[in-house]
Design a protein around this ligand. Sequence first.
Ligand code: MC0
Length: 141
Amino acid sequence: MFMRIDHIGIACRDLEEKIELFSSLFELEVVAREINEEQGVKEAMLHVADGEGGGSYIQLLEPLSEDSPVGKFIAKRGEGVHHVAFGVPDVEGAMATIGGKGVRLLDERPRHGSMGSRIAFLHPKDVGGMLTELVEAAKQQ
Ligand code: MC0
Protein backbone atom coordinates (compact mmCIF):
# COMPACT_ATOMS: atom_id res chain seq x y z
CA MET A 1 0.00 0.00 0.00
CA PHE A 2 2.86 2.43 0.84
CA MET A 3 4.21 2.25 -2.66
CA ARG A 4 6.15 5.43 -3.22
CA ILE A 5 7.54 8.61 -1.72
CA ASP A 6 5.27 11.46 -2.80
CA HIS A 7 7.37 14.23 -1.28
CA ILE A 8 9.87 15.32 1.33
CA GLY A 9 8.76 18.47 3.19
CA ILE A 10 11.51 20.97 4.07
CA ALA A 11 10.89 23.71 6.65
CA CYS A 12 12.41 27.03 5.62
CA ARG A 13 12.35 30.62 6.84
CA ASP A 14 12.40 32.18 3.39
CA LEU A 15 10.55 30.30 0.63
CA GLU A 16 11.94 32.32 -2.29
CA GLU A 17 15.52 31.90 -1.09
CA LYS A 18 15.13 28.11 -0.77
CA ILE A 19 13.35 27.80 -4.15
CA GLU A 20 16.40 29.48 -5.67
CA LEU A 21 18.76 27.14 -3.78
CA PHE A 22 16.99 23.87 -4.63
CA SER A 23 16.26 24.77 -8.24
CA SER A 24 19.83 25.87 -8.91
CA LEU A 25 21.48 22.96 -7.06
CA PHE A 26 19.30 20.15 -8.41
CA GLU A 27 17.77 21.74 -11.54
CA LEU A 28 14.25 21.21 -10.22
CA GLU A 29 11.25 23.19 -11.46
CA VAL A 30 8.50 24.69 -9.36
CA VAL A 31 5.25 23.11 -10.57
CA ALA A 32 2.84 24.44 -7.92
CA ARG A 33 2.62 27.16 -5.29
CA GLU A 34 -0.05 27.52 -2.66
CA ILE A 35 -0.97 29.16 0.61
CA ASN A 36 -2.60 26.56 2.86
CA GLU A 37 -4.19 28.51 5.73
CA GLU A 38 -5.42 25.38 7.51
CA GLN A 39 -1.85 24.00 7.71
CA GLY A 40 -0.32 27.43 8.32
CA VAL A 41 2.10 27.32 5.38
CA LYS A 42 3.12 29.03 2.19
CA GLU A 43 4.56 26.29 0.00
CA ALA A 44 6.09 25.31 -3.32
CA MET A 45 6.33 21.90 -4.98
CA LEU A 46 9.50 21.17 -6.99
CA HIS A 47 9.14 18.24 -9.36
CA VAL A 48 11.73 15.45 -9.03
CA ALA A 49 10.40 12.47 -11.03
CA ASP A 50 7.33 10.68 -12.32
CA GLY A 51 6.52 7.11 -11.40
CA GLU A 52 3.79 4.55 -11.05
CA GLY A 53 0.99 6.12 -9.03
CA GLY A 54 2.17 9.71 -9.33
CA GLY A 55 5.06 12.13 -9.16
CA SER A 56 7.62 12.81 -6.48
CA TYR A 57 8.54 16.25 -5.21
CA ILE A 58 10.55 18.36 -2.83
CA GLN A 59 8.05 20.48 -0.91
CA LEU A 60 9.36 23.75 0.51
CA LEU A 61 7.36 25.09 3.47
CA GLU A 62 7.49 28.59 4.95
CA PRO A 63 5.37 29.09 8.08
CA LEU A 64 2.57 31.67 8.05
CA SER A 65 3.02 32.24 11.79
CA GLU A 66 5.32 31.29 14.65
CA ASP A 67 2.64 29.17 16.35
CA SER A 68 1.94 27.02 13.25
CA PRO A 69 3.41 23.47 13.10
CA VAL A 70 6.26 24.54 10.80
CA GLY A 71 6.86 27.78 12.77
CA LYS A 72 7.19 25.81 16.01
CA PHE A 73 9.42 23.24 14.32
CA ILE A 74 11.85 25.92 13.06
CA ALA A 75 11.94 27.63 16.46
CA LYS A 76 12.80 24.32 18.14
CA ARG A 77 14.99 22.57 15.54
CA GLY A 78 15.87 25.10 12.86
CA GLU A 79 15.39 24.70 9.13
CA GLY A 80 15.52 21.25 7.51
CA VAL A 81 13.58 18.07 6.79
CA HIS A 82 10.14 18.41 8.39
CA HIS A 83 8.27 15.34 7.14
CA VAL A 84 8.19 12.44 4.69
CA ALA A 85 5.03 11.81 2.68
CA PHE A 86 4.02 8.40 1.31
CA GLY A 87 1.79 8.29 -1.75
CA VAL A 88 -1.15 5.94 -1.24
CA PRO A 89 -4.02 5.05 -3.56
CA ASP A 90 -6.71 5.45 -0.88
CA VAL A 91 -5.95 7.70 2.09
CA GLU A 92 -8.90 6.56 4.26
CA GLY A 93 -7.85 2.93 3.69
CA ALA A 94 -4.24 3.73 4.58
CA MET A 95 -5.34 5.60 7.73
CA ALA A 96 -7.42 2.60 8.82
CA THR A 97 -4.62 0.13 8.12
CA ILE A 98 -1.87 2.03 9.92
CA GLY A 99 -4.18 3.20 12.71
CA GLY A 100 -4.98 -0.48 13.27
CA LYS A 101 -1.26 -1.03 13.94
CA GLY A 102 -1.41 1.36 16.89
CA VAL A 103 0.04 4.44 15.19
CA ARG A 104 -1.65 7.68 16.34
CA LEU A 105 -3.38 9.58 13.53
CA LEU A 106 -3.06 13.36 13.85
CA ASP A 107 -6.09 13.87 11.60
CA GLU A 108 -9.47 12.24 12.14
CA ARG A 109 -10.30 12.71 8.49
CA PRO A 110 -8.27 13.65 5.40
CA ARG A 111 -7.44 17.32 4.89
CA HIS A 112 -6.63 19.38 1.83
CA GLY A 113 -2.98 19.09 0.68
CA SER A 114 -0.78 20.29 -2.18
CA MET A 115 -2.04 20.14 -5.76
CA GLY A 116 -5.53 18.96 -4.84
CA SER A 117 -4.33 15.98 -2.81
CA ARG A 118 -5.99 14.53 0.29
CA ILE A 119 -3.64 14.14 3.25
CA ALA A 120 -3.37 12.85 6.80
CA PHE A 121 -0.48 12.98 9.30
CA LEU A 122 0.87 10.29 11.65
CA HIS A 123 2.45 11.08 15.01
CA PRO A 124 6.25 11.25 14.73
CA LYS A 125 6.71 9.52 18.08
CA ASP A 126 5.05 6.38 16.65
CA VAL A 127 7.16 6.38 13.47
CA GLY A 128 10.71 6.46 14.79
CA GLY A 129 10.74 10.25 15.18
CA MET A 130 9.68 10.88 11.57
CA LEU A 131 6.60 13.05 11.00
CA THR A 132 4.83 11.05 8.31
CA GLU A 133 2.14 12.17 5.89
CA LEU A 134 -0.16 9.98 3.81
CA VAL A 135 -1.03 11.51 0.43
CA GLU A 136 -3.73 10.51 -2.02
CA ALA A 137 -2.84 12.46 -5.14
CA ALA A 138 -5.59 14.25 -7.06
CA LYS A 139 -7.10 12.13 -9.83
CA GLN A 140 -5.86 13.11 -13.29
CA GLN A 141 -8.71 14.74 -15.29
C1 MC0 B 1 7.34 17.98 16.28
N1 MC0 B 1 8.04 16.89 16.61
C2 MC0 B 1 8.56 16.35 15.50
C3 MC0 B 1 8.14 17.20 14.45
N2 MC0 B 1 7.37 18.20 14.97
N3 MC0 B 1 9.30 15.26 15.31
C4 MC0 B 1 9.68 15.00 14.04
N4 MC0 B 1 9.33 15.77 12.98
C5 MC0 B 1 8.56 16.87 13.15
N5 MC0 B 1 8.22 17.61 12.12
C6 MC0 B 1 8.24 16.33 17.94
C7 MC0 B 1 8.71 17.41 18.90
O1 MC0 B 1 10.11 17.56 18.85
C8 MC0 B 1 8.24 16.88 20.24
O2 MC0 B 1 9.13 15.92 20.71
C9 MC0 B 1 6.93 16.18 19.88
O3 MC0 B 1 6.99 15.89 18.46
C10 MC0 B 1 5.72 17.07 20.12
O4 MC0 B 1 5.99 18.29 19.47
P1 MC0 B 1 5.56 19.68 20.06
O5 MC0 B 1 6.37 20.73 19.42
O6 MC0 B 1 5.56 19.63 21.53
O7 MC0 B 1 4.05 19.71 19.68
P2 MC0 B 1 3.32 20.38 18.53
O8 MC0 B 1 2.16 21.06 19.12
O9 MC0 B 1 4.22 21.19 17.68
O10 MC0 B 1 2.85 19.17 17.64
C11 MC0 B 1 3.71 18.40 16.85
C12 MC0 B 1 2.84 17.70 15.77
C13 MC0 B 1 2.19 18.82 14.93
C14 MC0 B 1 3.77 16.81 14.94
C15 MC0 B 1 1.80 16.85 16.48
O11 MC0 B 1 3.21 19.65 14.35
C16 MC0 B 1 1.27 18.33 13.85
O12 MC0 B 1 0.12 17.99 14.12
N6 MC0 B 1 1.76 18.26 12.58
C17 MC0 B 1 0.93 17.82 11.45
C18 MC0 B 1 0.55 18.98 10.56
C19 MC0 B 1 1.75 19.69 9.93
O13 MC0 B 1 2.90 19.47 10.32
N7 MC0 B 1 1.45 20.63 9.00
C20 MC0 B 1 2.49 21.41 8.31
C21 MC0 B 1 2.82 20.80 7.00
P3 MC0 B 1 9.80 16.04 22.16
O14 MC0 B 1 10.71 14.84 22.25
O15 MC0 B 1 10.49 17.36 22.16
O16 MC0 B 1 8.63 15.96 23.10
S1 MC0 B 1 1.46 20.99 5.89
C22 MC0 B 1 1.80 20.10 4.52
O17 MC0 B 1 2.83 19.51 4.45
C23 MC0 B 1 0.74 20.13 3.42
C24 MC0 B 1 0.64 21.51 2.86
C25 MC0 B 1 0.99 19.12 2.31
O18 MC0 B 1 1.92 18.30 2.37
O19 MC0 B 1 0.24 19.15 1.32
